[in-house]
Structure formats: structure tokens, C-alpha cells
Ligand binder design. Structure first.
Ligand code: C5P
Length: 253
């Protein structure tokens, strides 16, 4: 597997480019490890962070996480845990042995579940930072109402983030539409990881609450998650380079 240590040439000062690189997470939404091994060299060493989500994890099991970590990548393990506290605590402990740097769980699991997850992580020597998913970026008001939640996404995101902060969670997944609001509530030290990123003109797919890389960073996102605009691009390296260059420019402003 290609190592990610080569940093692509950039006219921008290294610091802004490196900051952009450290804030971009590519979602490896691919069906198996063979496809991953074929895909990664196509990024030409530009990417530091990779997200392993349900599609890939169900296909490969934990081995893919270790493989990516051993190749020098930082791994975001997006398992979106949501179960009874005891079960989630057990999953957090097991996941903490894999070498991932970030792990997601659903804030909607409630304070007791989040608390159990934090306790489980604290008991492990190399636990990933826990990120609570607020409202999925694929949800709009209508979708949320269908699940019995009458308020619009922004209000529900704020409620869940305040609940998470109260139990000690210091990282959230939200859309760019709520990231400025959450940055004001959660302070500078909290990670705000924002999926639903679409460069101008890109297809939305199933995403509803979307933003460009520039807008997401302006709104206080600490990390951007990009899947299909890079993974499905005819030239993934060119797509990644364009996003990194947009991010670098936004961070220099
Ligand atoms: O292809 P696309 O850029 O839409 O991929 C976004 C990725 O971020 C997917 O892997 C999806 O599972 C994940 N995600 C999301 N919304 C959240 C949390 C995670 O889209 N709230």
C-alpha cells in the first residue's frame, strides 16, 4: 500500500497547506480491501486522514484499520455506535485496540450511553477520541419529523451537542449549517467534523445539508469529510488537490 508521506507541491506556504492536509478526511466508502489497495495509490500521497465506515468495516473487519495505520495513515473509524450503554462501552474498548484516532457514536444514544463510552475509552491505553454524531447530514426537517423530532435540524443539533458537552464529549459531527453555532457553544478546543462537503457544482447524492470546503472552514469546522467527490472522481488525485488548494486558500484568509 502506498505511504502517504509525500506531500504534493504547492505554491502556498507549507504551514497552510499542511494545516489543510491535516483537516481533510477522505471517506473510503469502498466495498472491500482489494478496492482500497487499488484506490489509495491514485491519491498520490496527498492524504493523511482516511475514514473507514460501515461498508468497508463490514466487509473487512478490523484488519483494514490496522493495515491503514501501519501504512502511516490516521484513521477515523466511523462506526456510529448506538446501542445500550453496556454494549457501546464494550465496542469502544474493542475498537480502542485497533489504532484508530477517531471513533463515532450517535449522540441520540443519550447521556448514559455517552458516559459509558467515555468511561470505557478512559480505561484503555490508546483509545481514539470519541466524536458524537448529532444529526446526519442526509437529514432535513422532513426526515427528522418522520422520526418524531419536530424541531428543525439546527435546534436538534444544538440540543444534542449541549447534552454531549455536559457529559464530557469534546468532538461532534455536524453539518456546515450548524458548525458556526456549535463552535460558539463548544469553544475553540472542541473538534467539529463536517461531512456533506461538496465543491461548487458537485453532485449532492443523498446529502441534504451541504457546503463547499471554504464555507465549512469559515463556519468553524475543524475537519472536513469528503467521500464521493474524491473517491468516485475520474481523477481522485486531481479532485483531492483541488479541495486541498481551496482549503489552503480558505485557511490563509
Ligand atoms: O460521499 P460523501 O462525501 O457524501 O460521504 C460522506 C461520508 O460521511 C459518508 O461516509 C457518511 O457515512 C459520512 N457521514 C455523513 N453524515 C454524518 C456522519 C457521517 O455523511 N452526519
Amino acid at each position: 500500500m502506498a505511504t502517504p508521506h509525500h506531500i504534493a507541491d504547492s505554491a502556498a506556504p507549507l504551514s497552510a497547506f499542511t494545516a489543510a492536509r491535516n483537516r481533510l478526511i477522505v471517506a473510503l466508502d469502498l466495498p472491500d480491501a482489494v478496492r482500497v489497495r487499488q484506490f489509495l495509490p491514485r491519491l498520490e500521497g496527498q492524504i493523511q486522514w482516511l475514514k473507514v465506515g460501515l461498508e468497508l468495516f463490514v466487509a473487512t473487519g478490523p484488519a483494514i484499520v490496522s493495515e491503514l495505520v501501519d501504512s502511516g495513515y490516521s484513521v477515523f473509524l466511523d462506526l456510529k455506535l448506538h446501542d445500550i450503554p453496556n454494549t457501546v462501552a464494550g465496542a469502544v474498548k474493542t475498537a480502542s485496540t485497533l489504532g484508530a484516532s477517531l471513533l463515532t457514536l450517535h449522540a441520540a444514544g443519550g447521556p448514559q450511553m455517552l458516559h459509558a463510552a467515555l468511561d470505557a475509552a478512559a480505561s484503555m491505553p490508546k483509545a481514539p477520541a470519541l466524536l458524537a454524531v448529532t444529526v446526519l447530514t442526509s437529514m432535513n426537517s422532513q426526515q427528522l419529523q418522520a422520526t418524531g423530532i419536530p424541531q428543525p435540524p439546527a435546534q436538534q443539533v444544538e440540543l444534542l451537542a449541549r447534552m454531549g458537552m455536559a457529559v464530557g464529549i469534546r468532538g461532534f459531527v455536524c453539518s456546515a449549517e450548524e458548525s458556526a453555532q456549535l463552535r460558539a457553544i463548544c469553544g475553540a478546543e472542541t473538534s467539529l467534523v463536517v461531512p456533506g462537503i461538496r465543491p461548487a457544482g458537485a453532485a449532492l447524492g443523498d446529502q441534504q445539508r451541504v457546503a463547499t470546503p471554504t464555507l465549512a472552514l469559515q463556519n468553524g469546522a475543524s475537519h472536513l469529510v469528503v467521500g464521493r467527490p474524491i473517491v468516485q472522481a475520474p481523477e481522485p488525485a486531481a479532485a483531492a488537490a483541488a479541495i486541498l488548494s481551496e482549503m489552503t486558500a480558505a485557511l490563509q484568509r
